[in-house]
Design a protein. Structure first.
Ligand SMILES: CC(C)(COP(=O)(O)OP(=O)(O)OC[C@H]1O[C@@H](n2cnc3c(N)ncnc32)[C@H](O)[C@@H]1OP(=O)(O)O)[C@@H](O)C(=O)NCCC(=O)NCCS
Length: 147
């Protein structure tokens, strides 16, 4: 297997949005990804055997960086790719001398929470009823990773 992580390009958006719609209950739109690219956020994709199978978006602040989105195609999950991409984003933040990486995650998203904990993130806050669901609201868990 050969995997590479590279910068996301406009031409990747069809593949990125297809995965996003497959794996997220409340997916980002194509416009959200296009805006992230335009805004200069760190947008990267993971290719395996030349096929785009994942992506992540990190917004850089002065001291912190915030992971805004990460996704791995359904057929490729639980093979370590999410961790690979997350480690790549953490390495970028470390190289930029950021002090920590933060993120918000739906309380029901147990696979993502497990990925983040596994990588060393810890819960740093809770926002009650922060996200809309199909039939109500759910909490956001705030997590942080000290670099
Ligand atoms: C979250 C996500 C990116 C994880 O990607 P992945 O490639 O499947 O994760 P990995 O295989 O690298 O898993 C790394 C570790 O995370 C944990 N983990 C990941 N998925 C898990 C699951 N479904 N159940 C339990 N633990 C899980 C495990 O500890 C795992 O290590 P292990 O396989 O050695 O036990 C993927 O499930 C996904 O795309 N989800 C939909 C999008 C999403 O929710 N994104 C995050 C919110 S923005």
């Amino acid at each position: 297997m050969s995997e590479i992580v590279r910068e996301m390009m406009q031409a990747d958006l069809d593949a990125v949005v297809a995965i996003e719609q497959q794996v997220h209950s409340h997916p980002w739109t194509r416009g959200n990804f296009a805006d992230a690219l335009l805004a200069g956020y760190l947008c990267r994709v993971l290719e395996s055997e030349g096929v785009l199978i994942g992506y992540a978006v990190l917004m850089s602040g002065v001291d912190d960086a915030e992971l805004l989105d990460i996704g791995i195609s359904a057929a490729q999950q639980r093979r370590g790719f999410g961790r690979m991409l997350l480690e790549n984003m953490l390495a970028w933040a470390r190289a930029q001398a950021k002090q920590r990486v933060v993120l918000e995650v739906r309380a029901s998203n147990l696979s993502a929470i497990a990925l983040y904990r596994h990588a060393g993130f810890q819960q740093i806050g809770l926002r009650r009823a922060y996200y809309l669901t199909d039939n109500g609201r759910e909490d956001a868990i705030l997590m942080g990773y000290e670099l």
